[in-house]
Design a protein around this ligand. Structure first.
Ligand code: IVH
Length: 687
């Protein structure tokens, strides 16, 4: 169980009086089971954890202990059985008593309008109510509950016959082993989707890097012969349909069915709505489209279902899909194409990125011809070769990437990628440090590619904001060797600029004016513009605020840099190295004769207050106090609030889910305080 549980509320838990004592094992076990399942429900279905992790683990171990001592007390719906039992030989076929159908697809607005018209005409009514839900990108399964007990799970298979995956599905914590409430049918087949949340996929892939996407990982998880492996996959489930129902009334609407599911403790996704007509459908589609990237799981569209069951029945089915439902799909984010070549690109810091040149293909709403391959190891790991048919992914605004190769389509003459040893732009050596994933051109600002990018970064809106200095002009300036460093920009004369290709007198004058304007800047912008590795806009601001002027930043030791808000060892090291390099010092010196900013107020030398001279690090979540508030309180008392723990740290204030900083404090023997300890400190009481 994840550390996300908190002990905030104990609502819904049984009163202490009802708890059976340990000397009545059968009753005690039954109580433990219900308590653990209730906690699972609160955590996985309601998303309102109410039992601390440690307490869950204690109860779980106690139940395991009872079951080991009294094997007769083990029942299949015990939470201990979720961790995975016997390894199977294979999967037994299961015939679906009600077939599992598929959905017809629509893409364009006209498809949706046509669907709505077909439905309205078929029913002979003017306006139709639809239940709208997400189209989850996972695998359909059917869960069978007899008298409210989970007894079987089967995959969709060919729709008529699937495979028995009960042992694997039992490991999915959000699936109740026992249904809640009083209106429990004699038999119920719940249909829904098994999927893997993106965060679980990332965790899995960080270790194994085996799957192209969460859907494949979920599919692999369901088909594990060893349920223990499934349990490790952290799969999830959402209910959206029904097969056999016996011994209870069918709710009159689809939305009513989902409400009933929720009452019984089944996970039902909250992103659903009942809408009217085609406009309502398209409104839902747009709303979900905007949210799509922020959802914690993948979806490939939305699903519309006629809400009233009597109307559904009236419309019936065509071949293998219902007439009453439609999947409205997003444009595919993945597609296949040919990998024509792999070139390398040189980035601002010299990073060499392999880039896939692709046969043009339409994916995710745009034509893609290039895609990143990230780095050399990625190319090997994904086993991508020139000539392969590759899977290209373009999701939202993310840069297109090559996900993998279709090995069964690999031509005999497919070639492996070889990282060049010399920079294709400047010919300098390409070097890769032993513990780094990235190969770099060693040419520094001698390399025109790096120079162009450094200049481009320097001129960016959020840096010096040099209006009119675009990529094309930078290209010419570098290629004609007119500009070698950012400082050279300020020496450009009118006649030099006016002589550039496609540059009129007016644009030359405009650029000179904007250089003049850009030369009055702020310290934070200037630092950001330098393009120091790992120093983004916000770190640049923090540096400017902390030190007040440039000289102390350039002179700062790694230790001193670590005292800056949110600056950790890697960033501190990068800043220190940057300013230590003679070439950079020289460029800065030149720049300082051209560029100016108002010096900020010098960093207060001797702060007043009970915590004057103390360095404090905040980590984790403090109860009812935001990090910002805590920081303000500490700073008001004269303390310096630093971003990472070092020998110079006087105290670490740690809240819930404190991680590496807490460990570091313990390692260095820095005193650790909780919120109360911090309060005492502010009152002048030293622990
Ligand atoms: S209903 C009779 N609802 O899409 C209709 N399916 O193309 C049966 N899917 O195999 C399916 N989200 O794996 C339905 N909210 C949703 C869905 C959904 C995803 C999948 C499911 C099914 C496929 C049909």
């Amino acid at each position: 169980m994840s550390a996300k549980r908190t002990a905030e509320s104990a609502a819904g838990r049984q009163s202490e009086a009802a708890v059976p004592s340990v000397d009545r094992p059968a009753e005690r076990a039954a109580w433990l089971r219900s308590e653990l399942e209730r906690a699972n429900y609160a955590y996985y279905v309601l998303d309102q954890p109410d039992l601390p992790d440690a307490e869950y683990d204690t109860l779980f171990k106690e139940l395991q202990g009872i079951e080991t001592a009294h094997p007769g007390l083990i029942v299949p719906d015990s939470p201990t059985q979720r961790v995975g039992g016997e390894v199977a030989e294979g999967f037994t076929p299961v015939v679906h008593d009600v077939p599992m159908l598929s959905l017809n697809n629509g893409f364009a607005d006209e498809d949706i309008a046509a669907f709505d018209k077909r439905v309205a005409d078929g029913l002979g009514i003017a306006s139709v109510d639809y239940a709208c839900e997400l189209k989850f990108d996972g695998l359909a399964i059917s869960l069978r509950y007899d008298d409210g007990k989970f007894v079987q799970a089967s995959t969709r298979g060919d729709g008529a016959t699937g495979e028995d995956v009960t042992a694997n599905v039992r490991t999915i914590r959000s699936i109740p082993l026992t249904l809640k409430g009083t209106n429990i049918p004699k038999r119920l087949d719940v249909r829904g989707e098994v999927l893997m949340f993106k965060r679980d996929f990332e965790r899995l892939n960080a270790r194994q890097r085996e799957f192209a996407n969460p859907r494949n990982a979920a599919a692999g998880g369901l088909r594990q012969l060893d349920p223990k492996m499934t349990a490790q996959r952290s799969l999830s489930f959402f209910a959206y349909g029904i097969g056999v129902l016996d011994g209870a009334d069918m709710p009159p609407t689809h939305s009513g069915l989902l409400d009933w599911y929720k009452e019984m403790g089944l996970p039902v996704n909250a992103e659903r709505a009942v809408v009217e007509g085609a406009d309502g459908l398209l409104g839902f589609f747009r709303k979900i489209g905007e949210k799509r990237d922020k959802l914690p799981y993948d979806i490939d569209g939305v699903v519309y279902k006629v809400n009233r069951r009597d109307e559904q029945d009236k419309l019936g089915f065509v071949s293998r899909a219902p007439r009453f439902a439609l999947a409205h799909k997003f444009p595919a984010q993945e597609t296949l194409t040919q990998l024509l070549a792999i070139d390398v690109q040189v980035g601002r810091t010299g990073a060499i990125t392999p880039v896939a040149r692709l046969a043009p293909v339409f994916v995710g709403g745009a034509t893609v011809t290039n895609a990143t391959l990230h780095n050399e190891d990625e190319v090997r790991r994904k086993d991508i070769r020139i000539g392969d048919t590759v899977i290209v992914r373009r999701a939202g605004d993310v840069i297109p990437e090559v996900v993998g190769a279709m090995l069964d389509r690999r031509p005999d003459d497919a070639r492996e990628f070889v990282m060049p040893t010399a920079c294709p732009v400047c010919g300098s050596n390409i070097e890769r440090l032993p513990d780094e994933a990235i190969a770099r051109c060693t040419g520094g600002l001698f390399c025109p590619a790096q120079r162009k990018q450094a200049l481009w970064h320097f001129a960016q809106r959020r840096a010096l904001d040099i209006d009119g200095l675009g990529e094309k002009i930078i290209g010419q300036l570098v290629e004609q060797n007119l500009v070698r460093t950012p400082a050279d920009l300020f020496n450009l004369g009118f006649s030099t600029l006016a002589a550039l290709d496609r540059f009129a007198d007016k644009s030359a004058q405009n650029l000179i004016d904007s250089l003049e304007k850009a030369s009055k800047t702020t310290l934070a912008r200037f630092i950001y513009a330098l393009g120091i590795r790992h120093v983004g806009e916000s770190t640049a601001k923090d540096l400017a605020k902390h030190f007040g002027s440039l000289d102390p930043i350039m002179a700062a030791s790694v230790e001193e840099l670590l005292e800056v808000n949110d600056v950790g060892p890697i960033v501190a090291e990068a800043i220190h190295n940057f300013f230590g390099e003679a070439h950079n010092q020289h460029v800065i010196e030149q720049l300082c004769t051209k560029v100016s900013w108002l010096e900020g107020p010098p960093a207060p030398k001797a702060p007043q207050g009970v915590l004057a001279g103390k360095t404090i690090v905040l980590t984790g979540t403090l109860p009812s106090l935001s990090r910002e508030e805590a920081k303000e309180m500490l700073e008001a008392a004269g303390a310096k609030v630093a971003g990472s723990v070092s020998k110079k740290t006087d105290y670490v204030v740690a809240g819930a889910e404190a991680g590496s900083k807490l460990a570091k404090a313990e390692e260095l023997g820095v005193p650790v305080l909780d919120k109360d300890g911090m309060k005492k400190l502010l009152e002048g009481v030293t622990p």
